[in-house]
Design a protein around this ligand. Sequence first.
Ligand code: PMV
Length: 339
Amino acid sequence: MVEFVVEKTDVIQLILQDRLHAAPANTTGRAFAPSNIALCKYWGKRNQKLNLPVTSSLSISLGDKGADAEITLCDDADITILNGETVPTSSSFQQRLSTYFDLFRTSSNLNFKTIVKTNIPIGAGLASSACGFASIAMALNDLFGWNLNQKNLSILARLGSGSASRSLWNGFVLWNAGITADGMDSFAEPLATDWPELCIGLLILDNKEKPVSSREAMQRTVETSAIYKTWPQQSAIDLEKITLAISEKNFKLLGETAEANAELMHATMRDSNPPVNYSLSETNSIKQAIWQLRKQGLEIFFTQDAGPNLKLLFLNKDTEIVTQQFRNIEIVRPFINNQ
Ligand code: PMV
């Protein structure tokens, strides 16, 4: 039997149809997308080409921390200006972006000038590709006047970077893994619950670009880690617990489950061949400090993505003690003053 392989271009056809050939509705397309931190992680793909995940995931957005994108058409080659600096054409970042734009290029002289401004470090495990691709997908929608609904925008963002599918909204966002081959059922949606007391503390220990991309680490883990075999089942249990914790505002359950989920993800990476270890010694000492504080009765938890930085979870009432313990912390209150 010949297996039908779905390409990204097929998904674009399904979503845009005739609109793909429409002239731009505006001279400039603009959009902002918040960064998001997964409480139940996306780790492993069931389809690498389409960024279709093995498991569903759930995130919290970081309010006004994220990326602003501004896109115009230009005649020559694609050009990207990231935080005021022109991105070299030969860089992997520009190549990744141009490959994404190829999906929307109806003629070879249709090129994209993109100005992206972020207020989070790039490539340091703070979901810069998530807010980057989400803002770009939304800015394209604005430029061409496609008027896509949120579901289709989430799918477009996913084709750029998996976690970008969750960066279209503020608050808690659930990305359903879906089961279909074309991934038209794999998109994110916001949860209606808010939680004003919830605080996220960003501890940036190193803002350099990571040596192994999350894309590469994820694939290596799926292919070589024995522990990863337990991931789909455990992740489903974690997702259920986190959803329950959010609906009941059970902070202990939320924090414990999110921390365990992140620690299992990192265990699968360290178990892969060759192992991937994103943690610095400072990352480990801070984890020890957090466990110590918990022993003393403080409800504080952490999560960690594909980088050494930690994101702390705590409640607003404990802000003072947390800032005393972690001097360089930057606090985000996802449900307060977010735009
Ligand atoms: O979307 P990607 O390819 O950057 O992968 C993100 C993976 C994690 O950040 C580690 C987890 C997640 O769910 O965001």
